[in-house]
Ligand binder design. Structure first.
Ligand SMILES: NC(=O)c1ccc[n+]([C@@H]2O[C@H](COP(=O)([O-])OP(=O)(O)OC[C@H]3O[C@@H](n4cnc5c(N)ncnc54)[C@H](OP(=O)(O)O)[C@@H]3O)[C@@H](O)[C@H]2O)c1
Length: 326
């Protein structure tokens, strides 16, 4: 089935199943947990017995979300903790990871879900904002918390999970910046004159697929016991289009979008997925899918290699040693 036929079929005639795997005794970090898919994934997770660290940039919004979840689930009061994390600041990402390492007895899963979608050019940490938040900080928090996940997997003899919330829109990425000379991908992505902001979110979601593939390749499941994957939740109601809620988007949402709770099921499936999902793109959290276009063939492999060489340099400059998985 073509990509588009499959997309419409999944949204019009099918629904991701309700998750049933127990998370009793497990600790999960969900980034971007104050609203949208992250909040609803958190609701599912506490219902399934997890303790959840809600990583949010605005603690007041996070506490309001936690109150809402507590009010209609029977979770214990300490099943939810709200911690500050601003992915537009590397210092905040590092401080969050340090706190997790020192305060959490275990970490069974990281759901790296926080992300933004805008067509406005904004710069944080010297990068265009999607590049900082969706790409560099998402990779940074994944790499910083990876040792804690691995330690938990070994200590408790159970699989740990790292999942990034990706998107079907990776497929739509033109990614003309890929034509940049060797070593110039990030410089080109950060050049406002050369950038196509209508394509930028899609590019950021494509780059997340490369991140998952590279981390998975560096950390074979058999020796590391951490299952690393990415999950497109489908098109869902959320606040993602808050900066550009046009008539067309509203109409598309009405016709096609999954309720937020339904989309969030896919995220919960991804962090309970089997080892076969390691390094993979798990459509709707349940189906391993071959990815297409810029992720395929020799050209795809070459873009991924060039991207990872540059991203590794950036991550190492932020925190030396962070990409040397043991
Ligand atoms: N909805 C969809 O159709 C869809 C489809 C495919 C993939 N996704 C992906 O799903 C993930 C969740 O998005 P959503 O749809 O649930 O959108 P949403 O309702 O806008 O939620 C996004 C979350 O990310 C947080 N976030 C954004 N920038 C941040 C930063 N700098 N630091 C910390 N947190 C930050 C937001 O916090 P604030 O509220 O404080 O801004 C919010 O909690 C994203 O990665 C998105 O790309 C969504």
């Amino acid at each position: 089935m073509s990509f588009f036929l499959s997309f419409f079929y999944r949204h019009l005639f099918w629904s991701p199943p309700k998750p049933t795997t127990s998370f009793k005794g497990k600790t999960v970090i969900v980034t971007g947990a104050n609203t949208g898919l992250g909040k609803e994934a958190t609701r599912w997770l506490v219902t399934l017995g997890a303790q959840v660290i809600m990583a949010v940039r605005n603690v007041n919004k996070g506490e309001a979300a936690a109150r809402d979840i507590r009010s209609n689930t029977s979770c214990a009061p300490d099943a939810l903790k709200v911690w500050q994390l601003d992915m537009s600041s590397y210092a905040s990402v590092i401080a969050f990871a340090e706190r997790a390492k020192t305060e959490l007895p275990r970490l069974d899963a990281l759901l790296a879900n926080a992300g933004l979608h805008t067509e406005e050019w904004r710069v944080t940490e010297g990068n265009e904002e999607h590049i900082t938040t969706n790409v560099v900080s998402t990779a940074l928090i994944s790499c910083l918390l990876y040792p804690k996940l691995q330690q938990t997997a070994v200590q408790y003899k159970s699989d740990a999970h790292l999942s990034i919330t990706s998107s079907d829109l990776y497929y739509a990425a033109d990614f003309k910046e890929r034509l940049a000379p060797e070593g110039q991908l990030f410089a080109t992505l950060n050049d406002e004159k050369k950038s196509n902001m209508a394509d930028r979110y899609n590019v950021s979601k494509l780059l997340e697929i490369y991140i998952i593939r590279e981390i998975a390749a560096a950390t074979p499941y058999d020796s590391h016991r951490v299952i690393v994957n990415c999950v497109p939740p489908g098109f869902c109601h959320s606040e993602l289009t808050r900066e550009r809620e046009t008539f067309g988007i509203k109409l598309l949402k009405t016709v096609l979008a999954r309720p937020t709770e339904v989309g969030a099921r896919t995220l919960v499936h991804a962090i309970s997925a089997a080892p076969a999902s390691h390094g993979q793109y798990i459509e709707d959290g349940v189906k391993i899918r071959q990815t297409l276009r810029h992720t395929q063939g020799e050209e795809g492999a070459d873009i991924q290699r060039r991207f990872w060489v540059e991203l590794k340099q950036i991550l190492e400059s932020i925190r030396p040693g962070v990409t040397s998985f043991k």
